[in-house]
Design a protein around this ligand. Structure first.
Ligand code: SF4
Length: 425
């Protein structure tokens, strides 16, 4: 037995409802189990029960053992003085509230139907890729859909909290915040850290001042990335170095360490230098990018902001400074644009909607995700194999959240699919 399961049983009233008794053998009727509280304080608020002939309204606290009340420090916590019911699996000790009074105790164990506990144990003891792997395809799609919608919103909320922190660090400057988010995404997993450090070392306002010159943008970005520290092996790198020396002095810049950049298992067209050159080109041709994103309503038009960028000719056959290579595509591929739209643009729109309390931006963020094909990573493909197909990025993003935050942690009682399986006849 664990607390999550008792919570679940209480929340959905899955215990037998007739002839209930408190630990003092008084008749108790649960008129309303209340609302689950995921923040600090008692587990459920607005609980309504009738004990004997008295109706009580207040909070309920759930524990495996009554003595957990003491272990969790509620005895001295005034926030628990309004607990009208202590719901426990085992009543091992008499507990008092901070004001010295005793809450009524309801021992739920005798009222839990056997099949609920059995289904739960069968589910979470499963050692498959995810606990419900064998049952998932039999669950009514309505519950799967419900689960995925919740996961998507939860994911967007989590990401928007991170954006809010970043925005705070940037004193409310959305343009700078978006620039850092975009840089992170240009790191394409392996180089997220150096790209972010680069962005922090080189404020957007400096890049904006040199936006008209792709050459100067490259000098700033490659110089700050630490790629212009070695002796130059060709004319173009030599000229970038000279330009960077001047700009570095002008803005008192300090480059990041070049050893931070990673190449492991990267294809040459994804090498950091290529991504930097593409980024320079994007800044060059996109003045006030964040404002344009806010103004651009249609997903197709948003996509166009990132398609068709063209790196300077040097980087179309060099994948490192001074190192000639086979021809490299000048712009971002479709997958890369999708990645930017999913991980930067939709997140920024959602976060901006939250910041300005404007639901219009939430809708645009979700519509954008719905317009992008589902990602095809290992997790999404595996869910497809066991019966959950995702057609667009909204559901593939939801699946990533489900796997990481619920399936991997066996939080099946907190997921609509798990609730359905546990509660099946
Ligand atoms: S969390 Fe939900 S989807 Fe994941 S394994 Fe449990 S029941 Fe299945």
């Amino acid at each position: 037995m664990n607390e999550d399961l008792i919570n679940f049983i209480w929340r959905f009233r899955l215990f037998r409802q007739k002839t209930l008794l408190t630990s003092r053998n008084e008749p108790i009727e649960i008129i309303s189990p209340g609302f689950y509280n995921s923040h600090a304080g008692p587990d459920f608020t607005d609980v309504k029960v009738r004990i004997g002939s008295t109706t009580w309204i207040g909070s309920a606290e759930i524990h495996i053992r009554a003595s957990d009340w003491e272990r969790h420090g509620h005895s001295g916590d005034k926030a628990y003085n309004n607990v009208i019911l202590h719901v426990v699996y085992e009543n091992d000790l008499r507990m008092l509230r901070a004001d010295g009074t005793e809450p009524s105790v309801f021992v739920i164990k005798p009222y839990i139907p056997e099949n609920i506990q059995e289904h739960y144990l069968q589910l979470i003891r499963n050692m498959n890729w995810i606990p419900c792997e064998k049952q998932l395809s039999r669950v009514d799609p309505i519950y799967v859909e419900d689960c995925l919608q919740r996961m998507l919103i939860e994911r967007m909320e989590e990401k928007s909290e991170q954006v809010a922190e970043l925005l705070n660090r940037n004193q409310g400057d959305w343009s700078e915040t978006f620039y850092i988010l975009l840089c992170r995404t240009f790191g394409f997993k392996l180089n997220v850290l150096p790209f972010e450090l680069l962005a922090r070392s080189l404020p957007m306002r400096i890049l904006e001042r040199h936006r008209d010159s792709l050459f100067q943008l490259e000098a700033l970005l490659f110089g700050q990335a630490g790629f212009l520290e070695e002796p130059a092996s060709d004319e173009y790198i030599l000229s970038l170095q000279e330009e960077y020396r001047y700009l570095r002095h002008k803005y008192s810049l300090t480059p990041i360490e070049s050893y931070l950049w990673k190449y492991l298992r990267l294809r040459p067209q994804n090498f950091p230098a290529v991504r930097l050159a593409q980024f320079a080109s994007l800044i060059h041709r996109s003045p006030h990018l964040f404002s344009r994103i806010l103004e651009t309503r249609e997903p197709v038009a948003l996509r166009k902001l990132f398609e068709g960028i063209s790196m300077s000719s040097y980087w179309q056959n060099h994948n490192k400074p001074g190192k000639e290579s086979a021809k490299i595509a000048a712009g971002l591929g479709r997958e890369s644009v999708n990645n930017i739209l999913i991980n930067t643009v939709s997140v920024a729109l959602y976060s901006y909607g939250k910041y300005t309390d404007n639901s219009h931006f939430f809708s645009r963020s979700i519509c954008l995700l719905e317009s992008i094909p589902a990602e095809t990573n290992r997790i999404v493909l595996k869910y497809r194999e066991i019966g959950v197909k995702s057609m667009s990025a909204d559901s593939s993003q939801a699946l990533l959240q489900l796997k990481k935050k619920y399936c991997d942690q066996k939080k099946c009682v907190n997921c609509a699919v798990g609730a359905r399986i546990i509660n099946s006849a």
